[in-house]
Design a protein around this ligand. Structure first.
Ligand code: ADP
Ligand code: MG
Length: 339
């Protein structure tokens, strides 16, 4: 009889987990921005070089970490955000899996600088392929800066699989949009190879949308407002004449988290029935607030899909709320279909 099962060393387990969490530079951007938001930052700066292939850096002015926590933050399943399984249904943070930093550190070179308000000086940790190579005292402002360099340096197959800089930057900007649209109460800036692509001041939902997509967007937006026992819906839908042939600007946020839902998207399409030319898609920015206990976010590592308790009722409410808004603004059906 021979025993052949072994527990995998941490750095191997981390690299495997990274396969799920980190698909491309944009995945790192999402995780780092979410950590900065969870740290209660008021301004978050994202710096990328070569579409994130050589550098992704997020600098925040949030709560920072103690020296010990800074080291611990790179351990797998190390999190300050939940303590028990029950907490999963009371979440008010973006993170909870404690996997992102461990995964990122397994497949990139990472430099973390962090300082809490109460500390005189901060700490700087350098970590490569899951190994801490140094930790030193550093003079740094309150908050955290994480620089992720040479993504996939130890996984050539992944590195080679990355698309052109134009494509990878597009993914980063898409991710940036999803995050900044959900958090107009936080200022954000994005720099690529040293040039400023976005500088978004603190504002409200409408103004944030306009700041991201341009002044012309303002006149396209029709407000949606509906409160029922199971959901509060707010946000905007685009006037039908501004619909597009691509599905570009379609955003659902549930409890401040961007989600994808083909089912709910269909509810919007149903509300626009008769208003859009064939092959055109509505623009929408819809914010749903539901009881955290009525959803399950923990069905996929990237958390962009969630499970609702009562999806059918949500569908009906959403469709009627959007229909109502479109009706209120005297938007008549397009009778003359161009084909
Ligand atoms: P999660 O976000 O799921 O907890 P992460 O691996 O993303 O897992 O982060 C691990 C921990 O590191 C967090 O729970 C948090 O305590 C700490 N942390 C990460 N990023 C920051 C940050 N920007 N500011 C303060 N603390 C942070
Ligand atoms: Mg996180």
């Amino acid at each position: 009889m021979a025993d052949i099962i072994q527990l995998l060393p941490d750095h191997v387990a981390n690299q495997i987990a990274a396969g799920e969490v980190v698909q491309r530079p944009a995945s790192v951007v999402k995780e780092l921005l979410e950590n900065a938001i969870d740290a209660k930052a008021t301004f978050i700066k994202l710096l990328v070089k070569e579409a994130g292939k050589t550098l992704i850096q997020v600098i925040d002015d949030g709560v920072g970490m103690s020296d010990t926590d800074a080291r611990l933050s790179f351990e797998r399943h190390a999190t300050s955000k939940i303590k028990s399984a029950e907490d999963l249904f009371l979440l008010n943070t973006k993170g909870f899996r404690g996997e992102a930093l461990a995964s990122i550190a397994a497949i990139a070179h990472v430099e973390l600088k962090t300082k809490q308000d109460s500390q005189e000086v901060g700490t700087c940790i350098v970590i490569e392929g899951s190994q801490v190579t140094s930790q030193e005292v550093v003079v740094t402002p309150k908050g955290t800066s994480i620089a992720v360099k040479n993504l996939f340096f130890n996984i050539p197959a992944r590195r080679n699989f990355l698309k052109s800089n134009a494509v990878e930057l597009r993914h980063i900007i898409d991710e940036f949009h999803r995050v900044v649209l959900a958090h107009p109460n936080i200022g954000f800036a994005l720099y690529h190879n040293g040039s400023e692509l976005f500088n978004l001041p603190v504002s409200n939902y409408r103004q944030r949308i306009v700041n991201v997509f341009g002044n012309k967007t303002n006149e396209k937006l029709v407000p949606v407002d509906e409160t029922t026992e199971i959901v509060k819906i707010s946000g905007f839908v685009g006037k039908p004449e501004y619909s597009k042939k691509t599905r570009g600007e379609q955003y659902f946020f549930v409890n401040d988290r961007f989600i994808k839902s083909a089912y709910l998207n269909h509810a919007i399409a149903a509300a626009y029935q008769g208003l859009l030319k064939e092959g055109y898609h509505a623009t929408y920015f819809l914010y749903l607030e539901v009881n955290p206990q009525s959803i399950d976010i923990n069905i996929h590592p990237t958390k962009t899909e969630i499970k609702f308790d009562d999806e059918q009722t949500l569908y009906a409410i959403l469709r009627s709320a959007v229909k109502h808004s479109l009706g209120q603004f005297n938007i008549a059906p397009v009778l003359d279909f161009e084909r």
